[in-house]
Design a protein around this ligand. Structure first.
Ligand code: SOE
Length: 386
């Protein structure tokens, strides 16, 4: 018998953009969040007061020592993920980690092995899979409704790092990792594509672009997406090497071909993940700025728009929707839907297969991103190592 979500107690580490998103989604599910840890107790208290976060716990060690807490959400900068996941698994906690799972393939491999050994639930927040329309496209492809996948195109565009004065920890490679736009948002796009098509990316040729060789950034902490609200403050000039944008050509394991553009410097594109998947009989296209509508392209009949409607969607896709048709669901809802899957698994004693992205998917993403980085470096096709 499944336990009620209300009987599950969890903790969160990280009080930034993602810490808030996780808090809100967990509250909607009725899961008790006993404590949240920030980069310092003072910052955590300030943020907790401003954003109505759970009670602050002073250190991560104290959070892990709490026996009531059975799962930990890790929403800190990327370089902290590895050690925090290891500590959580060692403390016997289930782990829900933000993407990227780690900053290198070697770290990712180690975390997959540790999670398996520990026998605990391990999830990675590829939340953008949980737009109900993405699940609908996944079921249409896997049921053969569209024919074999042949061509995939699209990308992920944002503009919050457009100006040389824009800043966030993601731009510091010691914190974000060597790859930036590719790891931060390209990872979501490739996860969407592998999830929908059911085919792995096997080869890539890519070019990374650093348009701002220098950034003139504010001193101190700047929250994700908030750089343009920073006023007249002290700034320092920093040499930059990470990718503002990237172009990727790729091959899927079934022989399908793809192209992807990733950018965090595309004016006007706030958070635009988009794809078109052209199959042997029909095509589908979708984007996050219009998340309720799936375009279905035909040759011999008029094209269609499939609006998100739990009553008409495949049951697997309908299960990711919380509201009826016409009541628009968007980005925050994807976290609710992902965590519902994860906690359903925990509530049933983690028996049976996981239907949500696990550490194996987190590792897979690190492998794809690593191949993109190597390809840009060697200016050649690179095989994605599995
Ligand atoms: C910033 O680019 C960011 O918050 C990413 O880190 C998230 O993963 C993405 O969902 C939205 O944009």
């Amino acid at each position: 018998m499944a336990r009620s979500f209300q009987d599950i107690t969890v903790g969160i580490v990280g009080t930034g953009f993602m810490g808030v998103a996780h808090t809100e989604a967990l509250r909607r599910l009725g899961i008790r969040i006993k404590g949240i840890v920030g980069s310092s107790p003072q910052r955590a208290h300030e943020k907790a007061a401003a954003a109505n976060l759970p009670p602050v716990v002073d250190t991560y060690e104290l959070l892990l020592a709490d026996r009531e807490i059975e799962a930990v959400h890790i929403t800190t900068p990327n370089h902290l993920h590895y050690a925090q996941v290891v500590a959580a698994l060692d403390a016997g906690k289930h782990v829900i980690c933000e993407k990227p799972l780690a900053v290198s393939v070697a770290e990712g491999e180690d975390l997959v092995a540790r999670a398996k050994r520990a026998g605990l639930v391990h999830a990675v927040c590829f939340n953008q899979r949980y737009y109900p329309i993405v699940h609908q496209a996944h079921t249409m492809v896997s049921h053969g409704d569209l024919g074999a996948v042949r061509l995939v195109s699209g990308g992920y565009l944002q503009d919050w790092l457009l100006f040389e004065t824009d800043w966030n920890w993601r731009l510091e490679s010691e914190k974000g990792g060597a790859l930036r736009a590719v790891a931060d948002i390209g990872s979501h796009w490739f996860d969407n594509i592998e999830f929908i098509t059911g085919h792995k990316v096997v080869e890539v040729i890519a070019e990374l672009h650093t348009f701002h060789q220098q950034r003139n950034h504010p001193v101190g902490n700047v929250e994700t997406f908030s750089a343009h609200t920073v006023g007249d403050v002290d700034r320092i000039v920093e040499e930059m090497s990470s990718d503002d944008a990237a172009g990727v050509l790729f091959r899927l394991e079934n022989g399908a071909r793809g192209t992807c553009t990733i950018s965090q410097v595309s004016a006007g594109r706030k958070n635009f993940l988009n794809w078109e998947i052209d199959c042997a009989e029909s095509a589908v296209a979708w984007n996050t700025e219009n998340p309720e509508n799936l375009w279905i392209g035909h040759r011999g009949q008029p094209n269609q728009i499939f609006k998100r409607d739990p009553g008409l969607m495949h049951p697997i896709a309908a299960a990711t929707a919380a509201y009826p048709a016409g009541h628009v669901e968007g980005y925050p809802d994807t976290f609710r839907a992902l965590f519902a899957d994860v906690y359903q698994h925990i509530a049933t004693g983690a028996s049976g297969a996981a239907h949500y992205p696990t550490f194996a998917d987190g590792l897979r993403s690190l492998q794809v991103c690593d191949a993109i980085g190597r390809s840009s470096h060697t200016r050649s096709w690179v095989t994605v190592t599995d």
